[in-house]
Design a protein around this ligand. Structure first.
Ligand code: AMP
Length: 355
């Protein structure tokens, strides 16, 4: 496997906080960062080069590819066709297959099922006319989720009674969707795996993920026993998924802990919010291991750096608490440099590590 040594340039598609933290980890290892994004944002503040262009601007992408030794992404909803073009010029890691599957909810669920994973019952809803048959398959209550571009609970509508189906379809703006049966779960958790091209992989301890208003609020490790009992099965599945995708870099799989075992919900072919605790809470952060993986370097230990760790997201006005958080012994404050604290917007996070 060809090593991309420190000093090389890593291209990052996407300009958000994940790109910023990837950039900081890459800089620590001596790499240069070139960010490609349609708008200025948290990532290009820490980059040595920035291309501001749309994701389907092929000439801009080709120039970007020529300037980079490897290209990765922090945002998975980039159009595939332009990316296929640059993949002829520069290694794109993780590869196009990871994006292709993770961009479409039905595709990721079918892929994981094909590898033996459990999912909620789901059915495609391409037009409003498909709804009754889809709900007959999933049962009610159900959740309508847009096939593409959903995140942080956006593009979702709950159907608690059959009479709510029409309103839910309008709430997702009549976009192609899946209907998904409700899962009864005790906890939510995720598995983050870093994988190299040669198949070597490292898995983080599974965090318990608590949401508020559809947005991740806190991730903590070690997870409670209900999750710990299911983590091995979920980890084995994550390894199979990463291998079957030929994934290079960090891959995140989200699960529900249920009485029947782990139920896969969705995946992200990238570093993930539920892994931010690893910056101080693990011996090697998810960001550093992503950079190591895509550059063909040895992976670092994913062991807990203390007895326990947690990450709390700072959403909207939460970030105004920065002075109080700086004064808290042992708290590590991360702010993403976003100029406007809109409600629901991820502005930063704080990590706490138990010694
Ligand atoms: P998602 O965008 O798929 O991660 O969904 C956002 C949140 O909605 C999840 O973290 C769960 O708390 C909840 N949720 C999603 N799908 C289901 C389901 N099938 N059953 C119950 N709750 C769900």
């Amino acid at each position: 496997m060809k090593v991309i040594p420190p000093g090389a340039t890593i291209g990052i598609m996407g300009g958000g906080q994940l790109g910023r933290m990837l950039g900081m980890a890459a800089a620590q290892l001596g790499y240069r960062i070139h960010v490609f994004a349609p708008e200025s944002g948290p990532a290009n503040d820490v980059a040595s080069a920035f291309t501001q262009a749309d994701y389907d601007d092929v000439p801009a992408l080709m120039a970007f590819a020529a300037a980079c030794d490897v290209v990765t992404y922090e945002f998975e909803n980039v159009p595939l066709e332009p990316l296929r073009l640059i993949a002829d010029t520069v290694p794109v890691r993780p590869g196009i297959k990871s994006l292709e599957i993770a961009q479409v909810r039905s595709a990721e669920k079918a892929f994981v099922r094909g590898l033996g994973g459990r999912t909620a019952p789901f059915a495609l809803v391409e037009t409003g006319a498909d709804l009754p048959a889809a709900l007959a398959e999933t049962g009610v209550p159900a959740i309508l989720k847009t096939l593409r571009m959903g995140y942080d609970g956006k593009g979702q509508a709950r159907i608690m009674t059959p009479g709510e189906a029409e309103a839910a379809w309008e709430a997702v703006a009549s976009q192609p969707s899946i209907a998904e049966g409700f899962v009864t779960f005790s906890h939510e958790f995720s598995i983050l795996i870093a994988r190299r091209e040669d198949g070597a992989a490292a898995v983080y301890p599974a965090p318990w993920n608590e949401h508020r208003g559809g947005i991740l609020h806190r991730s903590s490790v070690p997870a409670p026993p209900e999750i710990a009992a299911q983590a091995d099965e979920a980890t084995a599945l994550a390894g199979k998924v990463a291998g079957a995708l030929g994934h290079v870099g960090v891959l995140a799989l989200e699960f529900f802990a249920t009485a029947d075992g782990p139920v896969f919900n969705e995946m992200a072919p990238r570093v993930h919010n539920s892994g931010h605790w690893t910056i101080e809470g693990s011996e090697t952060s998810q960001f550093e291991n992503h950079i190591r993986a895509i550059c063909g370097l040895p992976l670092g230990s994913t062991a807990l750096a203390g007895s326990c760790a947690e990450m709390e997201n700072l959403i909207g006005e939460d970030a105004a608490r920065w002075e109080e958080l700086l004064a808290e012994p042992g708290a590590h404050l991360h702010l993403y440099g976003k100029h406007e604290a809109r409600p629901g917007r991820k502005m930063g996070h704080v990590t706490r590590v138990g010694r």
